[in-house]
Design a protein around this ligand. Structure first.
Ligand SMILES: NC(=O)c1ccc[n+]([C@@H]2O[C@H](COP(=O)([O-])OP(=O)(O)OC[C@H]3O[C@@H](n4cnc5c(N)ncnc54)[C@H](O)[C@@H]3O)[C@@H](O)[C@H]2O)c1
Length: 248
């Protein structure tokens, strides 16, 4: 484990992924103690090694795994001050082809995983009495984005947005803020879910619909996450980072 520069850590789930890594970089640059939390142990170790921060392996679907990861971080850093729930999965699927297994796979990681972390970390923050900040990485898919990868993925992100609002109200008495960032299509390997042999040209078509005519960069998402993590008077909000695709 690295030297703790500030009292308390900032945990980033999916921290070994494209957007998660950019978020970890941004928070490390801000002088915060970051812990990369990811199911991919090798990738998490690599990112943490490069950024000189800590990592834990976790399967967000499993509450015991989440509790163990949170316990490890609290042992090493004494407290968790902030969490970014960034882990998420999807795959391009036709509405009628989405199976129960597909639904459960996405729901369990994207929505239940977010709930697991919010409960495990939120209860620690509540008991410590020093407040805290949670940012959930949802998606404009949860707000009705026409070119989303699939309906079940959109439903998981809708669940994350609803959870964000209600948690913001129910955790406010403990000075725990909860906000969401909704990326639009972002330059990352995840975008390649749209790049199947049957979907040739789909990515080029997606960018044409973005008013700014470009995809977001992982660093753009990281900037919004960093703002919301530290925005003392902001809770229950969702910020679209999508080049102007969705207005709400
Ligand atoms: N890339 C985009 O265009 C885009 C757009 C909108 C929203 N998002 C959202 O942004 C977030 C990050 O996306 P990304 O592009 O960086 O994806 P990514 O695939 O690069 O990263 C996802 C990370 O989540 C981890 N993960 C998967 N299952 C896990 C589990 N059970 N437990 C712990 N970790 C697990 C993976 O190992 C991976 O490191 C996701 O929530 C995604 O839905 C992405």
């Amino acid at each position: 484990m690295s030297t703790t520069r500030h009292e308390g850590a900032y945990l980033v789930t999916g921290g070994a992924g494209a957007i998660g890594t950019a978020i970890c970089e941004r928070l490390v640059d801000m002088g915060l103690s970051v812990v990369v939390a990811d199911a991919n142990a090798q990738a998490a170790e690599d990112v943490a090694g490069r950024l000189k921060c800590d990592y834990v392996t976790v399967d967000l679907r499993d509450r015991a795994s989440v509790d163990a990861a949170v316990e490890t971080v609290v042992q090493e850093h004494s407290a968790i001050r902030g969490v970014v729930n960034c882990a998420g999965v999807t795959r391009l699927m036709d509405f009628f082809e989405i199976s129960t297994e597909d639904w459960n796979w996405m729901m369990d990681i994207n929505a239940l995983g977010t709930m697991h972390v919010m409960q495990a970390v939120g209860s620690r923050m509540r008991d410590a009495g020093a407040g805290g900040s949670i940012v959930n990485v949802a998606s404009i898919a949860g707000k009705g984005y026409r070119q989303t990868s699939n309906a079940a993925y959109a439903a998981t992100k809708g669940a994350v947005l609803a959870l964000t609002k209600v948690a913001a109200i129910q955790l406010a008495p403990f000075d725990i803020r909860v906000n969401a960032v909704c990326p639009g299509p972002t330059n990352s390997p995840l975008l390649n879910v749209h790049n199947t042999p049957e979907a040739q040209g789909r990515i080029a078509e997606m960018v044409e619909h973005v008013p700014l005519r470009r995809f977001s960069e992982p660093s753009d998402i990281a900037a919004a996450v960093a703002y919301l993590l530290m925005a003392n008077a902001v809770t229950g909000q969702s910020m679209n980072v999508d080049g102007g695709l969705v207005f709400d």
